[in-house]
Design a protein around this ligand. Structure first.
Ligand code: UTP
Length: 410
């Protein structure tokens, strides 16, 4: 493990020596814990703060991208379904659940997947996901390897929950957990916050590191040995998510494209959703706040919105391509957040408004590293019920209504 002197040297390169300010007062265990945290933290993200306002994050030229529509898909049902079922039966497909987030908007203390959507019975978010995946297991007679990304903060609670509930009926031999990296949280001047005298304030570094974390966890060998070619990456919090959807997998394979993204038609030009489009001729996602009014309202010759298809965090990536782009640096997004921190008096303060930055990479940036991406339209009310907030838009309430609309008993 790193020594005190090495830690001090490393921290001084980044102007963060204050992290060791209370070192002399700490117990032996706390000293070891803090040095280990310094060793495991990627401080290079701090360099991105220097470029926060310069042109390096500047986007290219956007153009609209259409989709295979719900109607096109229905017309090719047999072809897509057969191709997808064949791929699954021959073990070429796996799924990755992104469950390392902190779910701050929901304000639930445990991992978001442990939230109970049930009203008269127990129906946890994790359980919804497993039930959805079981539909495919039943259809294909094949268990799909499921890799679940957690963070240091929620890993053991997540595993215990799955164990306690017997994996909700899934075959546990096909489930593996892996832990994503953490990134430091800083104040507006770039100094890392302390959470206590022996801990830096750190948080999961966004969902973009899912593949590098899989590799670091040693799971790529298993993926290769099993002959897995396609990985369906999805967010834990969409309770109507279709996972390892044979039609989607079949459509991407039949299209010959390198990747795929499920999309839904936007309800209005101003909907706050990232839109799948082209950027400098390559697939990309433009965030709603990056679109000009002109882009938002642009219509095509059929009178439909040109930037019409919003992403729902359900992607299909090819393993070979993921390996090829593994060492590409993912863009770092610097986001203003409310970060609890220890003040000068040693007291933990929970701020009421944003007081600093967190650093995140996003899985959607991986789309722009692909040569091609099939934009695959699904019906919103059947496949998109995100649980982000307790009430209002994209909330427990709205997701419950959608679950019921789809015949799920609560
Ligand atoms: P969100 O961006 O909605 O973040 O994550 P969140 O942490 O769940 O919620 P808020 O923003 O704090 O309220 C989208 C998906 O990416 C996963 C989440 O678990 C969710 O499935 N995610 C997010 C990670 O796996 N790791 C992260 O570091 C961040």
């Amino acid at each position: 493990m790193i020594t005190y002197n090495d830690a001090l040297k490393l921290l001084s390169e980044y102007g963060q020596e204050h992290i060791l300010r209370y070192y002399a007062e700490l117990s032996d265990d706390e000293k070891t814990g803090l040095l280990r945290q310094v060793e495991l933290t990627d401080f290079s993200v701090l360099d991105d703060l220097k470029h926060k306002n310069d042109e390096s994050g500047k986007r290219g030229i956007f153009e609209p991208l259409g989709a295979v529509t719900v109607e096109n898909i229905e017309n090719n049902r047999d072809e897509y379904l057969n191709a997808g079922i064949n791929a699954i039966k021959s073990g070429k497909a796996a799924a990755v659940m992104l469950a390392g987030g902190q779910g701050t908007r929901l304000g639930f203390d445990s991992p978001k997947g442990m939230f109970n959507m049930g009203e008269n019975k127990e129906l946890y978010i994790f359980q919804c996901q497993i039930n959805n995946l079981m539909d495919v297991v039943k259809l294909t007679g094949t268990y799909i390897p499921l890799y679940i990304m957690t963070s240091e903060k929620n890993n053991s609670e997540t595993i215990d929950f799955f164990e306690k509930h017997n994996y909700f009926g899934y075959n546990s031999n096909y489930v593996k957990f892996f832990i994503q990296d953490m990134a430091p949280s800083v104040d507006f001047s770039g100094k890392i916050f302390m959470e206590s005298k022996s801990e830096m304030a750190v948080s999961p570094n966004g969902n973009g590191g899912w593949f590098s974390s899989i590799v670091r966890a040693g799971l790529l060998d298993e993926i290769r040995e099993k002959g897995i070619e396609w990985i369906n990456v999805f967010a834990v919090d969409n309770v109507l998510q279709r996972i390892a959807d044979p039609m989607f997998i079949g459509a991407v394979i039949s299209s010959g494209m390198q990747s795929g993204s499920k999309v839904v038609s936007k309800v209005s030009p101003d909907e706050r959703v990232g839109v799948l489009c082209l950027e400098d001729g390559k697939p990309s996602i433009v965030e709603y706040y990056e679109m000009t009014d002109e882009m938002r309202n642009l219509v095509n010759e059929n009178g439909e919105l040109s930037y019409k298809y919003g992403v729902i965090l359900n992607y299909l990536f090819n393993v070979n391509k993921a390996v090829e782009i593994l060492n590409n640096k993912m863009p770092i997004h610097i986001v203003e957040k409310k970060i609890p921190y220890m003040n000068e008096d040693g007291i933990l303060v929970t701020p009421e408004k944003p007081n600093g930055y967190k650093f995140e990479t996003l899985v959607l940036d991986m789309v722009h590293m692909q040569d091609s991406c099939l934009s695959y339209e699904v019906i919103r009310n059947k496949e998109f019920a995100p649980v982000k907030n307790a009430t209002g838009t994209d909330s427990v309430d709205s997701a419950r209504l959608l679950l019921k609309e789809n015949g799920v008993e609560l």
